[in-house]
Design a protein around this ligand. Structure first.
Ligand code: PMP
Length: 455
């Protein structure tokens, strides 16, 4: 709804004067969507146009929009005890940490912060301090993958393997190394998928050995690379990474910022591979985006290294708003809602249908090089032609995104990641989407892709 006395155009003019938007190249007559209402999987702009939000905002509104019980949980908490820092404690944080333990299916201790970037920054500090306090003073390096994303702050951006996100912000933090992602669509000709997956995992091992295992603190990875182009590993890859980390004394840090909270069809993405990380970072879907919150969960053995008696042995790290009582209360209500409505199972069902129908409809499409999915999340890698696999040009990508928007569907792409490879359309709708929502999404997307087809 638009305020009396001010038109939508007035608001946009004010926006253009005073609001600086992330990830938006400057264009003279650029008009951002001004979203004023949202319900279920649908958002409405200031002119009353409705769109199906095929990206759940920024991959986070897992339970869908318009959940009164989440707003009520925040209201109740703000009314009774609006803020107290977690240098002491409060009930919403205690209850949520216990609930996260159930969802994680392991013995973890939870440190709260506000964003995915912060959760990863905390993980890096914890990993280094843990290594120092357990007799490994030289273990400070982290290995991550090219194309992976871990956040925007200097440490998290150093771990990010997307050169375009770093350009003009370097030098960043030293000690972050990158290896090849398990992108089987672009594996060498003649190599089997299985061999390629193992080779990619072993590149981590080679890097550890060549760097000197006693200099490596940890390996950080998303269960599936998400914003970098929906690159989904095989179980064997993840098992091999787990073996390598254990064998070489590196902590396995799994970034569940997008894959967590049902997106993958399970509680957390790593549950699909049967591996148990040493550290799990999470944000976004923890509150379904209703309030900011993030967490870094560490295995109890790691936490115990911080319970020694030395003057500097405790974690000297805090964020004023980390684990805000209202955010924790909303997260708890969100997880209860997801359990009650079986949204993890729903994610798995919807994702299977999405992948199957996209795969069948695009099997002969000249631009659709590869269709990939992980739970209720999918990527369509667009190419100039299927033989050369040359990535589709940015104009083609934008044309399809605009065409979807004209049809009332918001989709995403892997934007500003690595030069020349921003050619994956992305989908991550709310897990609460109805069958009719998915019908609409598929129809609009396939029409837009048909329109773009050169054939
Ligand atoms: N890790 C991953 C996998 C992400 O997708 C993101 C955000 N898109 C982050 C970390 C950083 O989270 P935030 O934007 O909340 O700092």
């Amino acid at each position: 709804m638009i305020e009396a006395g001010r038109t939508a155009a007035d608001h946009i003019a004010a926006d253009r004067r005073v609001v600086w938007h992330g990830m938006r190249p400057f264009k003279e007559n650029d008009v951002p969507l001004l979203i004023t209402e949202a319900n279920g999987s649908w958002i409405t702009d200031c002119e009353g146009n409705r769109y199906l939000d095929g990206m759940s905002g920024l991959w986070c509104v897992n339970a869908g929009y318009g959940r009164q019980e989440l707003a009520d949980a925040a209201y109740r908490q703000l009314s009774s005890m609006p803020y107290y820092p977690l240098t002491q404690t409060h009930l919403p944080a205690i209850r949520l940490a216990e609930k996260l333990g159930e969802w994680l299916e392991g013995d973890y201790v939870v440190f709260f912060s506000n964003s995915g970037s912060e959760a990863n920054e905390a993980a890096f500090k914890m990993a280094r301090q843990y290594q120092q306090q357990t007799g490994h003073p030289y273990r400070h390096k982290f290995i991550a993958r090219y194309r992976g994303y871990h956040g925007s702050s200097p440490g998290a951006l150093s771990a990010t393997g997307q050169a375009v996100r770093k350009l003009k912000y370097e030098p960043l933090a030293p000690g972050f190394l990158h290896v090849r992602p398990p992108d089987s669509y672009r594996r060498p000709e003649g190599m089997s998928r299985e061999a390629h997956q193992l080779q990619c995992a072993r590149e981590i091992e080679e890097t550890i050995v060549w760097e000197g295992a006693d200099t490596v603190a940890g390996v950080i990875l998303e269960p599936a690379i998400t914003g970098g182009g929906i690159i989904v590993p095989d179980k064997a890859y993840m098992e091999e990474v787990r073996r390598i980390c254990t064998q070489h004394g590196a902590l396995m840090i799994v970034d569940e910022v997008i894959c967590g909270f049902g997106r993958s069809g399970r509680s957390f993405g790593h549950h699909n591979f049967g591996v148990s990380p040493d550290i799990v970072t999470m944000a976004k879907g923890i509150t379904s985006g209703y309030l900011p919150l993030a967490a870094t969960a560490v295995k109890r053995e790691i936490y115990q290294a911080f319970c020694q008696k030395g003057e500097y042995d405790h974690l000297r790290h805090v964020n004023t708003f980390g684990g805000h009582p209202a955010s924790c209360a909303v997260a708890l209500a969100n997880l209860e809602l997801m359990e009650r409505e079986k949204l993890r199972e729903r994610s798995s069902l919807l994702g299977a249908r999405l992948l199957e129908e996209l795969g069948a409809a695009l099997a002969g499409h000249p631009l659709a090089g590869d269709v990939r999915g992980f739970g209720f999340m999918a990527g369509i890698e667009l190419v100039e032609d299927r033989q050369s696999r040359k990535p589709a040009a940015p104009g083609v990508m934008q044309g399809i995104i605009d065409s979807c928007r004209r049809r009332g569907l918001i989709i995403g792409k892997n934007g500003d990641t690595v030069a020349g490879y921003n050619n994956v359309l992305t989908l991550a709708p709310p897990l609460s989407s109805t069958d009719e929502d998915l019908d609409f999404l598929l129809a609009a997307l396939l029409e837009a892709l048909e329109e773009a087809s050169p054939a």
